[in-house]
Structures are given as C-alpha cells and as structure tokens.
Design a protein around this ligand. Structure first.
Ligand code: KG4
Ligand code: ZN
Length: 338
C-alpha cells in the first residue's frame, strides 16, 4: 500500500491506498477552517503550526489502524507543489522522516494532478483522455489530461473562482471558506435584486478573471449601505461567477467542435466543484455537447490525501521515485511534469 500525505494549504490529511485494487484503506483529514475563519482567510504561519500539531495526531491513528505494523507500506506519496511553502514543508518533512525510517521510496505529487485523480479514488481504472475544469481556492483552469500528460488550456489571469467566493464572504463580514457560505445565502434567496457583470463576456479569449467581478461586488455593498440584501447580492455574485465559467467552457467545447475534436468525458474537480449551481449549469452544457460529466464524491472535492494516494499508485507503478535528500517543495509550480 501507499501512504499519502497532503498539507498544501489548510487541510492536514493522511491516507492509505492499496496498490493492486486502488482501494482507500484509511483516510483522515483535519481541516483548519475554524481557526482561519477568525482571520477571514488562510494565515500561512498559523496553517504551518497547525499542520505540525495535526499531522502527528493522524499518524498516531494510522499506527493504531495498522496495529503498529508499517511493513506493508511500499512508498510515501507527498504533495510538493503547488501550495503554501510553509505548509508543504511540514508534510514533506514528515514524509522524509517516514521514508528514511521505513526504508521506502518517496513519490513527489502535484496537488492539481491529485484533484484530477479525486475522480478515480477506489477505482482501478482511470478515464482518459479527459477534459477537466479545475476550480479551487488557488486555481481556475481548463486542463486536458491523458495518462502521461496534463496540458493547461486556460487559466485565470488573477483571482481564482473559489478565492473570489472567499473574498466576497469576507466583504460581507462572514466567515471562511466563503464558497459554502455564499452558496447557502444564494439558495435562500428567491428574488433577483442585483445584477453584477459577467467577466470577459465579450472577449473570445479562453481565460478566466474574477477581479472585476469582485470589485463590482464591493461597489454594490458600498452603494447599498444599510439597505443591502446580502442574500440577493450573494445570489447575483454566484450567478455571474458561474455564468463566466460556463461561457468559457462553452467556448472551449465550441472550439473543439469546430476542429472536429470530440470531448467524450468532461470533469469538474477541486474544492469549488462542490458548488451545486455550477454543477447544474455544467451538466446542461455537457448534455448539449454530448459529453459525459464526471464528478468526484463531495467528500473528495476539497483537499485530501486520498487523491494524492491515488496518483501515488500510478507513479509507484512507473517507479517514479524522488531522491529523499534533494526533494524540495515547489510552492508556485503549476506546470505539470509528464
Ligand atoms: O481544493 P480546495 O479544498 O483547496 C485548494 O486547493 O485551494 O478548494 C477550496 C476552495 C475555497 O476557496 C472554497 O471557498 C471553495 O473551494 N469552495 C466553494 C464551495 N465549496 C468550497 N466555492 C464555491 N462554492 C462552493 N460550494
Ligand atoms: Zn486543492
């Protein structure tokens, strides 16, 4: 089995995945949302300290699960990129200590690739080629993935989709993460009181942008003052943010169609793929273009070590190991190695 570790942002998580059947044997995650919520977003220094506390607690549970016998673990898969440097390092140090003491190899995992493989947890077969909409707190991308390669087709010029929800929630004086908060405010609202602009609506560019929408949201709060209806504004925000994503995905589908290239499978992954309104709209788009929509179970949308372990199995089969003494974190690397 593969032991995987995830600590790229604000979730401390460990998992065990069987190499033969890709079964998730153990999985635990301790989220730091409550601690960061007090600050309206992730505080890297605090996140790092919390990982240093929580990862060993999960390791202790894992040891109990294994009755103290680690001998069946064949490699350690560790997220090394992209993410926060001070939190990635916490996971990597634990991975190195374990690899050294258990005398097993280390496998370096790209977190974004992990999100793609969240689709295949507990499944032996992966589905490729696959077009992917990745929406998380750090990234908004359209990707084309095959077994050996992940290509970036489009990405955000500024904020990410999830981050824009976090900032919107903060501007309303509400907590973190903002995605579920804005979504539930929007769900409670029947009226359409406000209209916010849809980013890059008149541009043919295949790219995303959320900073203008964020600014329009702030201006509307200022304009409305004490008359503000936060539910209606959250609804308008979610509608515009999702309409932007859907318009750009449609442009992608259309361009592929014009080039006679089919998209048999399309997936939405990442923490913000939990957004039900977005799921519904992308489902409609996929139906229009005859594409099969793949979604990860809700519990594996946000950061977790199970998805890192699932990539780990593939890398283990290729014997794609890293040197324990030179492996480093690459916090800003979003490129995909093949
Ligand atoms: O993938 P993830 O757990 O962490 C990163 O890799 O960034 O994604 C977390 C992000 C946060 O920005 C959070 O607000 C957003 O996903 N998110 C949502 C929803 N649930 C989580 N955004 C919109 N709607 C949601 N329902
Ligand atoms: Zn993530």
């Amino acid at each position: 089995m593969i032991l995987s570790i995830e600590s790229s942002c604000d979730d401390s998580s460990l998992a065990l995945t069987s190499i033969q059947e890709c079964k998730l044997l153990f999985h635990q995650k301790i989220s730091q949302e409550a601690e960061h919520s007090l600050h309206g977003g992730v505080v890297p220094e605090l996140a790092s300290r919390l990982h240093a506390q929580k990862l060993p607690l999960i390791l202790k549970n894992l040891k109990t699960f294994l009755h103290g016998n680690f001998s069946k673990i064949k490699a350690i898969a560790i997220t090394t990129e992209p993410g926060l440097s001070v939190t990635l390092i916490e996971g990597l140090m634990m991975a190195k200590a374990l690899a050294l003491s258990l005398k097993i190899p280390l496998i370096s995992i790209n977190h974004l690739k992990g999100h793609i493989y969240s689709l295949f947890i507990n499944q032996q077969q992966c589905i490729f080629p696959l077009s992917v909409l990745l929406v998380s707190g750090g990234h908004t991308m359209i990707l084309e993935a095959s077994e050996n390669e992940v290509r970036i087709i489009a990405q955000s010029k500024d904020d990410s989709f999830g981050e824009s929800f976090d900032k919107a929630s903060k501007m309303l004086g509400l907590g973190y993460p903002g995605g579920p908060i804005i979504q539930s405010l929007a769900q409670e609202c029947q009226e359409d009181l406000y209209t916010l602009p849809i980013p890059l609506q008149h541009s043919k560019e295949l790219a995303f942008s959320f900073s203008g929408l964020k600014n329009a949201f702030r201006l509307e709060i200022e304009r409305q003052g004490s008359n503000l209806n936060p539910n209606a504004l959250a609804k308008a925000f979610q509608q515009s943010a999702c309409a932007h994503i859907v318009q750009k995905c449609k442009l992608y589908f259309q361009t592929k169609k014009e080039n006679q290239q089919a998209i048999p499978h399309f997936a939405i992954v990442g923490g913000a793929s939990a957004n039900l309104y977005l799921r519904e709209k992308i489902q409609d788009l996929c139906a229009t273009y005859n594409s099969n929509l793949l979604l990860a179970p809700l519990e594996f949308c946000s950061d977790n070590a199970a998805m890192i372990g699932r990539v780990g199995v593939e890398e283990y089969k290729k014997q794609n190991f890293s040197d324990l003494f030179s492996l480093e974190v690459s916090p800003r690397n979003t490129q995909f190695k093949s």
